[in-house]
Design a protein around this ligand. Structure first.
Ligand code: SF4
Length: 251
């Protein structure tokens, strides 16, 4: 599933309420430095593209028009779309423009960022300007993260991501997709006792203000992925909830 426009919605999001979605990536392919087995956009290598990234000016015009025409209340303006939003070279300027237009049209709306947390060290200023930083960590065990998230840059490791998440001093939301499956003869499962132990440790170390855990929701490029039930996810996160962490389950 690819978004064909810069702005989409508002759509009702199970996590964010009425969300006006922002796609800063091309309309006909994914651009991401991960290529997750569960990515709703599909695998990157199968996509040929002619489209380019929107300029700041194109984005500004599209957002202003959407905000002027919105006929229901907007709870959040959400950077998501066809890949990793922070990879847009003008991401900082784009977030600044978004704040200005948000203040003008929907001052109560939050600006949310759904990000894979790989650009924290280089895009921190822009990430900090978003009200809701929802940052992904699918496994604290690097071999599993490599199988599930399939980073295209070799230095993207679980350790590095956890280290960068710690720099927020807890001022972020951690998101994790729980899943099991197999791809190219390799099994992945981020719900084993060993995995959970490492993930609990990462949560304690990074101390997010909220943890969002979820099961796959839509079609995925890998067909063997098992969708976990709400009850199963509930049992996985119970130890964290018992320690006082705010864990929200979306399954
Ligand atoms: S990080 Fe998000 S956009 Fe990138 S491949 Fe994974 S699911 Fe898709």
């Amino acid at each position: 599933m690819l978004f064909s426009r810069i702005i989409y919605g508002p759509i009702h999001s199970r996590r964010l309420g009425n969300s006006l979605g922002i796609n800063l990536l091309p309309s006909d392919r994914k651009i991401c430095n991960f290529d997750c087995v569960y990515c709703e956009c599909g695998f990157a290598e199968k996509m040929a593209s002619k489209a380019t990234l929107p300029t700041v000016q194109e984005y500004t015009m599209a957002l202003e028009e959407a905000l002027q025409q919105a006929d229901l209340d907007i709870d959040t303006i959400t950077f998501s779309g066809n890949g990793e939003p922070t990879l847009h070279p003008n991401f900082l300027e784009i977030v600044q423009v978004t704040r200005t237009l948000r203040d003008r049209y929907f001052p109560n709306a939050k600006i949310s960022l759904l990000s894979n947390a790989t650009k924290i060290s280089t895009k921190k200023e822009a990430i900090m300007l978003c009200d809701n930083r929802i940052l992904k960590l699918d496994s604290a065990v690097d071999t599993t993260l490599q199988l599930i998230d399939r980073p295209v840059e070799h230095d993207l490791t679980a350790e590095k991501i956890i280290e960068n998440l710690q720099t927020f001093a807890g001022d972020f939301v951690l998101q994790t997709c729980f899943l099991r499956g197999e791809y190219q003869g390799k099994k992945f499962d981020n719900t084993t006792p060993n995995e959970l132990q490492a993930w609990y440790e990462a949560v304690k170390k990074t101390n997010p203000k909220q943890v969002m855990v979820y099961a796959i929701d839509r079609q995925t490029p890998v067909k063997t992925i098992e969708k976990l039930t709400f009850e199963e996810i509930q049992s996985l996160v119970l130890p964290l909830q018992e320690q006082g962490f705010d864990v929200q389950i979306f399954a």
